[in-house]
Design a binder for this molecule. Structure first.
Ligand SMILES: Cc1cc2nc3c(=O)[nH]c(=O)nc-3n(C[C@H](O)[C@H](O)[C@H](O)COP(=O)(O)O)c2cc1C
Length: 151
């Protein structure tokens, strides 16, 4: 089976760490799903996604409170550009958001906005690097999403 690409961007390493843990966790599970961690900054901007994939979106917003302001996205725009390039959006099965709950209403706001703008489900979220329970939970959510997309 083709590896399912988990496409992400990571400035401080939290998302990279989480996605790598998920790739390792999948190898221990009976479903034999193969995940491949793909950092968007290593892709050429005009690459096309031909198979179903997931996107991992951390939040970097420039100030504000997420309610009446604070939606100026910084640092994650290469991921947005990639997801919206050509038909890439058509193969995107779901978005997993991450952030820090100290940001209150802005928690995972970038992922929520991507999901809404790209018409793709936000299938889960976790804080910072996540923990083992988060890895198992997000794995299950991805597995369920794959099952519904195949039915
Ligand atoms: C400048 C800056 C702005 C941030 N803004 C938000 C925010 O608005 N909402 C949120 O949930 N998390 C916010 N975070 C937290 C990051 O999303 C979180 O630390 C994430 O795990 C970073 O992922 P990375 O280490 O893969 O880059 C912000 C962090 C920084 C450094």
């Amino acid at each position: 089976m083709t590896a399912i690409r988990l496409i992400f961007i990571s400035q401080a390493g939290n998302t990279r760490s989480f996605v790598n843990k998920l790739v390792a966790y999948a190898k221990t599970q009976p479903e034999q799903l193969t995940f491949e961690a793909v950092e968007v900054t290593e892709l050429t901007p005009d690459r096309s996604e031909n198979d179903p994939y997931f996107a991992f979106v951390p939040t970097y917003l420039d100030g504000g409170n997420g309610i009446d302001n604070g939606v100026k996205e910084i640092l994650t725009t290469p991921l947005r550009d990639y997801l919206t390039y050509a038909d890439n959006q058509a193969q995107l099965l779901g978005i997993i958001g991450s952030g820090n709950k100290n940001f209150n209403a802005q928690y995972i706001l970038t992922a929520r906005r991507y999901a809404s703008n790209l018409h793709v489900p936000l299938i889960g979220d976790y804080e910072l690097r996540g923990n083992e329970r988060d890895v198992a939970r997000i794995y299950r959510l991805i597995k369920d999403r794959l099952a519904t997309s195949n039915s």
